[in-house]
Design a protein around this ligand. Structure first.
Ligand SMILES: [Fe+2]
Ligand SMILES: [Fe+2]
Length: 367
């Protein structure tokens, strides 16, 4: 008697067993070998830096459909999709303009090549005992930065699984960003715990901005608020890292994070540009979310747990907090200027709509 009597297994297993029986008799299907003739014979040329995404996504495989394929499966762009492939309803972001940026593939290549880690790439052995006010300021600044880095990973994670697989350059870039941000929150938290201090006070002001990012009504407004506005402010701040870094350790942390943030901002600018070129009538939605963001960041920037530790570090100690506050006012003006410039590159004239001062007139306020 057969070990596999009919009816012993479910229909799905029976289909599999039937196929095995056919194969055992030497009957193979092999249709897959002749599938997708248009995609066969693809040639790649690795560049001097290796085989990048943009080296393989050329020709037939470089065609990104403006409306993502409607089959809604996880089939990779460029393969043949059998008609019986099930459509999956969770992929709801199917318009290229909703997510695309011309530099997404390039930024992904850069992200994977420039991975670093907080275990061995930060010279932790250079940590030294710091004056109490400086250590407290570093720890408070790192508490705030850890808090903000959480949202930077959560935002792309919130949208990633909805994006059509035809836009894999964007999906890969966002996946790299999620890991970049994990590294950032890890390294700032680690620094707070590493030198005899610890975490200090969370920032209620910060929570408002972070919530606005997660609650944005669609991906593009969320991206404008986070990639261009929030991360742009952080990037400008990190570029001034020497002001805020008492030892080689913090300098290295800022330098490493800065190269990652530059990618995130670059994606945001190019995405908004791509979007607005195709949907100029939707600029108002972007303005509206930036109205909210600007209000939140102004509250946050001037919250004591954010502004005071930065001023102490920028001044070199509590005794020089005045000098530090002036330096931070200078950085704030730079943050606003670069933010407006980035939006201008993306095709959004924000200057007439700006809801916060371009400068904090620290000296005038003190007078
Ligand atoms: Fe970050
Ligand atoms: Fe970032």
């Amino acid at each position: 008697m057969s070990k596999y009597p009919p009816g012993k297994y479910t229909p799905a297993v029976e289909v599999g067993l039937d196929r095995m029986r056919e194969m055992a008799k030497g009957n193979f299907d092999l249709k897959w070998m002749q599938s997708n003739p248009a995609g066969w014979g693809h040639k790649v040329t690795p560049g001097p830096a290796g085989l990048r995404l943009r080296d393989v996504d050329t020709g037939y495989y470089g065609n990104v459909p403006e409306h993502g394929s409607t089959h809604g499966s996880m089939a990779p762009r460029g393969c043949e999709v059998p008609p019986e492939t099930k459509a999956l309803p969770m992929y709801t972001m199917n318009e290229m303009s909703e997510v695309w940026a011309e530099n997404a593939g390039l930024l992904y290549d850069e992200a994977v090549v420039r991975q670093w880690n907080s275990v061995t790439d930060v010279p932790w052995d250079k940590l030294e005992k710091l004056p109490d006010d400086i250590e407290r300021a570093v720890c408070q600044m790192c508490t705030g930065l850890t808090e903000v880095e959480f949202v930077a990973g959560d935002m792309p994670a919130k949208w990633l699984h909805k994006i059509n697989h035809d836009f894999h350059e964007v999906k890969l870039f966002l996946a790299s960003q999620i890991f970049d941000e994990a590294r950032h929150l890890d390294v700032f938290r680690k620094r707070a715990l590493a030198n005899g201090g610890g975490l200090l006070m969370a920032s209620p002001g910060q929570e408002e901005l972070l919530a606005a990012i997660l609650e944005a009504p669609d991906y593009t407004t969320a991206s404008a608020l986070m990639h261009i506005f929030g991360e742009g402010f952080v990037l400008t701040l990190f570029r001034q890292g020497e002001f805020l870094a008492p030892t080689e350790v913090e300098k290295a942390i800022f330098r490493l994070c800065m190269q990652d943030e530059a990618r995130h901002v670059a994606y945001g600018v190019k995405h908004l540009k791509y979007f607005l070129e195709r949907h100029p009538n939707r600029a108002e939605e972007v303005h509206k979310i930036l109205d909210i963001g600007e209000q939140a960041i102004f509250t946050l920037t001037l919250e004591p747990q954010t502004s005071e530790p930065r001023a102490i570090l920028a001044g070199g100690g509590l005794a020089n907090i005045d000098v530090g506050a002036q330096r931070m006012a200078f950085i704030y003006a730079k943050q606003v200027k670069e933010y407006l410039r980035r939006l201008e590159i993306a095709g959004l004239n924000r200057e007439p709509r700006l809801t916060i001062p371009k400068e904090i007139p620290y000296e005038d306020l003190a007078a």
